[in-house]
Design a protein around this ligand. Structure first.
Ligand SMILES: [Zn+2]
Length: 372
């Protein structure tokens, strides 16, 4: 391992942290100790508020199957690899970036999310139960490759092209090659699409994530870290027109998925045992005063008859009609037509199917690579 790989990055990548396992939990505890102004919510997320109007996200868990440590190496092309079931630069790279930005004093709200790899319970909880009205943009550092500023996730637009391009330009001014990219699938920032105007996910330099041949171009990551520390995040434009999106397909779709992912709806304030006293109770209920109108108001209201019809429809439609290959090859228009033609539950079902398929494919590739 070259001497100039930062110790913090080495430490982060050397540990396998399956979601909510002992090592994952230790990471959060260690964070609380290292950052005296940090605090933890009941879902285990660690928050550090350093002002500003930008929210920065990375997730603490990795897709390793077992808790433990692993050895790190550098491959022929100078990228970091490991002898574990994966490297875990997804999202060790994101964690490293958040620490670098904290050290550099970049204003922002830093959220270390829990459980991204098992359905994102951490960010789902955080998006719903805290007051984000001050925040205008949300950036997850959790994307493979080196050039993507994600504009679409989970079947809808998550940030405007103008914002994505401005962010790409700002990064590229520091010698990087980012551009807007609409092929996002899902990460923690998708959970904030209803409450924060501009939400994106940025490439952080890992490749083949979730597989034994995951690599990290650490020199790229260091360049990105330097750029992120110099960037004036709060100067980036906020352009996503949530009003114009209303009534559009993706809003209907988002509204329908909300009850599925937000599984805390039946808990009340009293159920939460806040670790740091009343001052931390920024909690708000479903009816909180949202500047963009109550997102729940846009849920379609059904009569009983419509509900019955819908159920019948859902029974008739085979749940999985879309494959990973479709997602890659089909033009956007055709995909939209498909989404419109089937019930929302079928869309959700297909997305889970596609996720599993992608995971299996990456896993197979990893096994083959490991055999060589
Ligand atoms: Zn990730």
């Amino acid at each position: 391992m070259p001497e100039d790989v930062p110790a913090l990055l080495r430490e982060t990548l050397g540990v396998c942290r399956p979601a909510f396992g002992q090592r994952d939990t230790n990471y959060a505890v260690d964070l609380l100790r290292r950052r005296p102004d940090s605090w933890q919510d009941t879902e285990g997320n660690v928050h550090v508020d350093r002002g500003g109007a930008s929210l920065f996200l990375a997730h603490t868990d990795t897709v390793h199957h077992e808790d433990g440590t692993q050895n790190l190496f550098v491959d022929d092309e100078g990228r970091i690899v490991s002898d574990g079931t994966c490297l875990g630069a997804d999202d060790g790279a994101g964690l490293y970036l958040l620490h670098r930005m904290l050290e550099a004093g970049v204003p922002g709200y830093y959220l270390f999310c829990r459980g991204e790899e098992c359905g994102s319970p951490g960010s789902t909880f955080a998006a719903k139960h805290f007051d984000w009205r001050r925040i205008r943009r949300c950036v997850a550092f959790d994307r493979a490759n080196q050039t993507n500023v994600i504009t679409h996730q989970f079947g809808g637009r998550c940030c405007s092209d103008g914002f994505a391009q401005a962010l790409a330009d700002a990064l590229n001014a520091h010698g990087l090659f980012y551009k807007p990219d609409e092929t996002g699938i899902f990460t923690d920032s998708a959970n904030f699409m209803d409450v924060i105007e501009e939400c994106t996910n940025l490439s952080v330099g890992y490749q083949n994530q979730h597989t034994a041949c995951e690599t990290l171009d650490w020199r790229f990551l260091l360049r990105l870290a330097d750029a992120c520390c110099l960037l004036d995040w709060d100067a980036l434009p906020v352009l996503r027109d949530r009003e114009a999106e209303k009534g559009e397909l993706q809003d209907l779709y988002k509204a329908r998925r909300a009850p599925v992912l937000h599984d805390n709806a039946d808990r009340s304030d009293e159920d939460f045992d806040w670790p740091q006293g009343k001052a931390r109770q920024k909690f708000h209920s479903d009816t909180y005063d949202n500047p963009y109108d109550d997102p729940y108001e846009t849920w379609p209201t059904y009569t009983e008859k419509e509900e019955e019809e819908e159920e019948e429809n859902e029974e008739r439609t085979p749940a999985k009609e879309l494959t990973l290959a479709d997602l890659r090859d089909k033009p956007m228009g055709e995909l939209e037509a498909w989404v419109e033609s089937v019930p929302a539950s079928a869309v959700l079902e297909a997305m889970y199917g596609i996720y599993d398929e992608a995971w299996e494919e990456a896993w197979r590739e990893g096994r083959e690579y490991a055999k060589k």
